[in-house]
Design a protein around this ligand. Structure first.
Ligand SMILES: Nc1ncnc2c1ncn2[C@@H]1O[C@H](COP(=O)(O)OP(=O)(O)O)[C@@H](O)[C@H]1O
Ligand SMILES: [Mg+2]
Length: 240
């Protein structure tokens, strides 16, 4: 039975999709069966980040609308993917989405739901399918505040098992006085820390070329540590 984990942030561009792809790959590398669900309706990206865009035929909207089964819509691979539909339909309710996710729960060890930006419709749909959540912030006040808002929304809806990822962290940031340190991010979001992902230029390069960062790149090493922590292993928080 899969653990169903929402990846959220409130704000766009904090690295939710990159995190989802990276941690999903790290878990798959360790032998776990992982499904990543793209919830960014109209702006899907996980298919590109997982390198399977050529193989996407159906999406979860097609499943909810009865055009195909979930098994047919899931693109299998190192990490399996359920792509986001190109536009909203009135039938895409939080209940219908939650039912779909539950129907495939027994086939995987981990299911990640990659939330869109914002805390409105797409976020509500994505959160409905989840049992736990990870909020991804960058170490700046704007993103940290939006993560705090997302956390409040999740908590109010009963999703209380929430952990924080600080992404694009720099030990020696260019604009040091403008960025928050790890303790400030934790204090201002009010969320317990799961891991820290360093700023990694390889990630940006790979997202435009459709390639995968090397196993030695700082973000790959961080995703691997976070994947281990998710599975309950005691791995120290190491920042590159
Ligand atoms: N740790 C990181 N270091 C450098 N660039 C990153 C990092 N994480 C994400 N990015 C880049 O930031 C941009 C937004 O990331 P993305 O995962 O699409 O964010 P979101 O899904 O939250 O909108 C992408 O260009 C991605 O390559
Ligand atoms: Mg995204």
């Amino acid at each position: 039975m899969a653990e169903i984990i929402l990846v959220s942030s409130g704000k766009g561009g904090s690295g939710k999709s990159s995190f989802t792809a990276g941690v999903s790959r790290a878990l798959a590398f360790n032998g776990y069966k992982v499904l990543a669900i793209d919830c960014d309706v109209g702006l899907r990206s996980l298919d590109l980040l997982l390198g399977v865009s050529d193989r996407v035929v159906f999406d979860w909207g097609d499943v909810i609308l009865g055009r195909c089964t979930a098994d047919k819509a899931i693109v299998s691979g190192e990490v399996s993917l359920l792509a986001a539909p190109p536009k909203y339909n009135d039938a895409f309710s939080p209940e219908a989405f939650a039912k779909l996710v539950k129907s495939v729960k027994s086939e995987f060890d981990y299911i990640f739901i990659d939330s869109p930006a914002g805390i409105d419709r797409g976020f509500q749909i994505a959160a409905a399918g989840a049992e736990k959540a990870i909020v991804v912030t960058t170490p700046d006040s704007v993103c940290v505040r939006s993560c705090g808002r997302a956390f409040d929304e999740l908590y109010a809806s009963g999703l209380t098992d929430v952990r924080l990822i600080i992404n694009m962290f720099e030990v020696k940031p260019v604009c040091k006085r403008k960025l928050l340190n790890i303790d400030q991010c934790i204090d201002e979001t009010g969320v317990q820390l799961l891991g820290v992902v360093p700023r990694d230029p390889n990630l940006g390069y790979c997202s435009v070329t459709g390639t995968v960062p090397s196993e030695f790149s700082p973000s790959t090493l961080a995703f691997s540590r976070i994947a281990k922590r998710l599975t309950g292993k005691r791995v120290p928080l190491v920042c590159e």
